[in-house]
Design a protein around this ligand. Structure first.
Ligand SMILES: Nc1nc2c([nH]c(=O)n2[C@H]2C[C@H](O)[C@@H](COP(=O)(O)OP(=O)(O)OP(=O)(O)O)O2)c(=O)[nH]1
Length: 192
């Protein structure tokens, strides 16, 4: 395990967020090392915003069923990551985005006993057309920032949502055992 990772037993206030370019460089180097031995699965995650609120979808089936999340999924062959993000947003919420999405972060997830790393590209946008609709996969709902249902979400989300909601740029590394036990993590805010 890379020594730069921090071990934590709770998610209270002891998490590590460094505005530290050296740390970012180390994270990139660490990522490159991991990438040479593992295959990454590239995924997208899109947050649609309006003042003071974020649109989340209740996952009705599949991976992370029963949790609230942004919209996204696997990037398909022949599309850019951003094209994949817009496609998944449309498929899962009915919303369309014609402008560029704001790429705010990359989150790397490692799962114990699984060689595949998840590389999740996080986007946000205030600009969209359409009305959110319930789809086969997601049931959308607007949440005020103070009402975000963290207890029914991925355990890492409470650690980086404030950065995303506040328009900060960040990257993160997370090591999970199963889907609910977050063993170690590191989050870096990036100054652009
Ligand atoms: N908020 C949050 N999202 C995560 C985490 N880990 C993780 O994979 N995701 C996101 C990335 C993707 O948007 C989504 C997983 O994608 P998916 O498996 O549903 O992909 P998909 O829609 O292409 O899958 P499928 O329906 O075709 O099976 O979950 C996490 O820890 N927090």
């Amino acid at each position: 395990m890379p020594s730069r990772w921090m071990a934590h037993s709770s998610f209270s206030s002891d998490h590590f967020i460094g505005v530290d370019l050296l740390g970012v460089a180390r994270a990139i180097l660490g990522g490159a090392k991991i990438m040479s031995t593992c295959k990454n699965k590239v995924l997208t995650l899109v947050f649609v915003l309006r003042p003071g609120e974020v649109l989340l979808g209740y996952k009705k089936r599949g991976f992370a069923q029963g949790w609230w999340n942004g919209f996204g999924g696997k990037v398909e062959a022949g599309e850019t990551i951003e094209e994949g993000a817009k496609r998944e947003l449309h498929e899962e919420s009915g919303l369309s985005v014609s402008n560029e999405l704001d790429h705010v972060g990359v989150l790397m997830f490692e799962f114990v006993n699984d060689p595949v790393l998840l590389e999740v590209h996080v986007y946000r946008t205030y600009s969209y057309t359409g009305t959110p609709i319930e789809t086969e996969e997601m049931k959308p709902q607007w949440f005020k920032h103070q009402d975000i249902p963290y207890k029914d979400m991925w355990p890492d989300d409470k650690l980086w949502y404030s950065l995303m909601l506040n328009g900060k740029y960040f990257n993160g590394n997370f090591k999970f055992e199963g889907l609910t036990n977050l063993l170690e993590y590191e989050i870096n805010e990036i100054t652009k």
